[in-house]
Design a binder for this molecule. Structure first.
Ligand SMILES: Nc1ncnc2c1ncn2[C@@H]1O[C@H](COP(=O)(O)OP(=O)(O)OP(=O)(O)O)[C@@H](O)[C@H]1O
Ligand SMILES: [Mg+2]
Length: 498
């Protein structure tokens, strides 16, 4: 069957100040296909997507959509032409209802004399949710009461309500559980069957290969190749992305389960929400993995151990005697927490990279109580470079960074603070293969320095690859514990997980 071109992107250039985000990017998207878009953090994936979806304009270049010149004025204009994007960052507003989020910018549909008929809006929202088979979210609920995943599901409903012909999915699946992913995949498939297409962005190369008909690779703002399905190979894609050979075995190679006897952080008989009577001991020099299905309570456990949440029963104890009841006690005792939800919990998004890195490190920056601008700049520069944050300068706003580079700033902030105990919730979420490897090396280095890491992760391979011990939670209870030097196989773990 003849392939029909749905969208043509021609010679697009885009710069932000001195950053050249896109350099002469051209490609065609065909009706009925899922086109993977892959590249390292900061390679330009979100930028090209946001130009297609009308969020921003290209400096140069043009687009052709269904045979006609396409120049969206703004996002609503693109939406009205059935081009929609699920953006990488959280894009729901916490303080309004689910329905209001689905129809954000489109309130006019339901208003009379400037007053929104919320009943009508909720009824329509219910239809929008049903359309994408989401049954457990109520349109009237205030969005802030929803989980991170459910908020993404709202964005999915919002996108599909607009009957997209082209849907851009920017790094959405990392925010979803297996079930949520399956739902999105089936919706993507449905769209393609109807002749539409999907631009699919993910850092999970296996996932991109499994779901796409062709993959376009970006590297430093340049399109390096488009591979057809028959040409797919993980190594080939990785090399096109990075431009150098990188090996896929970036995990720990040792088979030892080695750490000191000293327990540095303990969650003792914690009962809270989902969690029921959970006890976890993190030792000095240990990487302790916590895994399970998304809804098993593991993300709450991280927050509880940092003192952000207070347990209904049980306690969190540092060094055998100090109760950790607030984040400030945790920070004072050199405990750091990296949230899975970096936009709303981990970064001060309106501030610069420098401010974000310095915020918890002022003790180290000040010399005899004095903090100079130069000291701040050097301090933040040192730590940002330590993990290779791709930025124009430390003065740039964190909001200007690509998704993965924001995550790196979170890591830099805690490193800079002299943290001894790291609670990492999904530390490599949205991070490209190169940076992932760097984060794993860093974890090994921290371990060797006698620091401790509690790694909460939804990726089994990462848990197996990096942990000394893995504790699997199921329905809020400890379902199993595995040691690196004993049975450490995926199969065994999956058995207790589900
Ligand atoms: N609003 C902005 N202001 C300044 N620089 C920006 C802005 N948006 C993007 N950039 C820069 O443009 C480059 C491309 O960023 P983009 O977000 O497109 O990357 P990406 O491929 O989506 O990366 P990731 O996988 O980390 O999400 C990066 O260097 C980024 O810092
Ligand atoms: Mg991006």
């Amino acid at each position: 069957m003849e392939k029909k071109v749905l969208l043509e992107v021609n010679h697009i250039f885009k710069s932000f100040g001195i950053t050249k985000a896109l350099k002469d990017v051209s490609f065609k998207v065909y009706g009925g296909e899922v086109r993977g878009l892959i590249g390292e953090n900061g390679s330009g994936k979100s930028t090209v997507s946001s130009i297609i979806s009308g969020i921003q304009k290209a400096d140069q270049g043009d687009m052709v959509y269904e045979g006609k010149a396409y120049q969206p004025e703004n996002i609503l204009d693109a939406n009205s032409q059935h081009i929609c994007m699920i953006v990488q960052e959280q894009s729901t507003v916490a303080t309004i209802s689910v329905a209001a989020n689905i129809f954000i910018g489109k309130e006019d549909m339901f208003s009379k004399a400037g007053v929104v008929d919320s009943r009508k809006m909720e009824a329509e929202a219910r239809k929008a949710l049903e359309e994408v088979q989401i049954k457990h979210i109520q349109p009237g609920t205030l969005t802030k009461y929803l989980s991170f995943e459910d908020r993404k599901l709202i964005e999915i409903a919002r996108a599909f309500y607009m009957k997209p012909k082209i849907l851009i999915v920017d790094e959405t699946t990392t925010a979803l559980s297996r079930q949520g992913r399956e739902l999105l995949y089936s919706l993507m498939e449905r769209l393609c069957k109807e002749g539409g297409s999907v631009l699919f962005i993910s850092h999970d190369i296996e996932e991109v290969m499994a779901k796409s008909n062709a993959v376009t690779v970006l590297k430093d703002g340049v399109m390096t190749a488009t591979l057809e399905k028959s040409e797919f190979s993980e190594d080939k894609i990785r090399n096109l992305m990075v431009g150098r050979e990188i090996s896929s075995d970036y995990y720990r190679v040792d088979k030892e389960c080695k750490y000191e006897n000293k327990v540095v952080l303990k969650a003792e008989n914690i009962t809270h929400g989902m969690l029921k009577d959970v006890t976890v001991e993190l030792h000095k020099g240990e990487i302790l993995g916590i895994g399970g299905l998304t809804e098993c309570g593991m993300h709450d456990l991280g927050k509880l151990m940092f003192g952000v949440m207070k347990p209904e029963r049980g306690k969190v104890v540092f060094n055998g005697s100090i109760p950790v009841t607030t984040p400030s006690i945790a920070i004072k005792n050199h405990i750091g927490y990296m949230s899975k939800n970096r936009d709303t919990e981990a970064l001060l998004t309106t501030l610069s990279i420098q401010d974000n890195i310095c915020v918890s490190g002022y003790q180290e920056i000040s010399q005899k109580g004095i903090i100079t601008a130069r000291a701040e700049r050097e301090f933040s520069g040192k730590w940002a470079n330590e993990i290779n944050v791709k930025m124009s300068s430390v003065k740039a706003s964190v909001n200007s960074l690509s998704g993965g580079n924001k995550q790196k700033v979170v890591v830099a902030k805690w490193l800079a603070n002299g943290t001894e105990i790291f609670i990492m919730d999904c530390p490599t979420r949205g991070i490209d293969v190169g940076v992932k490897a760097a984060i794993y090396r860093l974890m090994e280095r921290l371990k060797a320095e006698g620091k401790s890491i509690l790694m909460i992760s939804e990726e089994l391979t990462e848990l197996l690859g990096m942990s000394d011990r893995i504790i699997i939670l199921k329905d809020g209870r400890t379902a199993g514990e595995f040691r690196r030097d004993e049975v450490f196989t995926e199969q065994k773990i999956i058995e207790v997980m589900i």
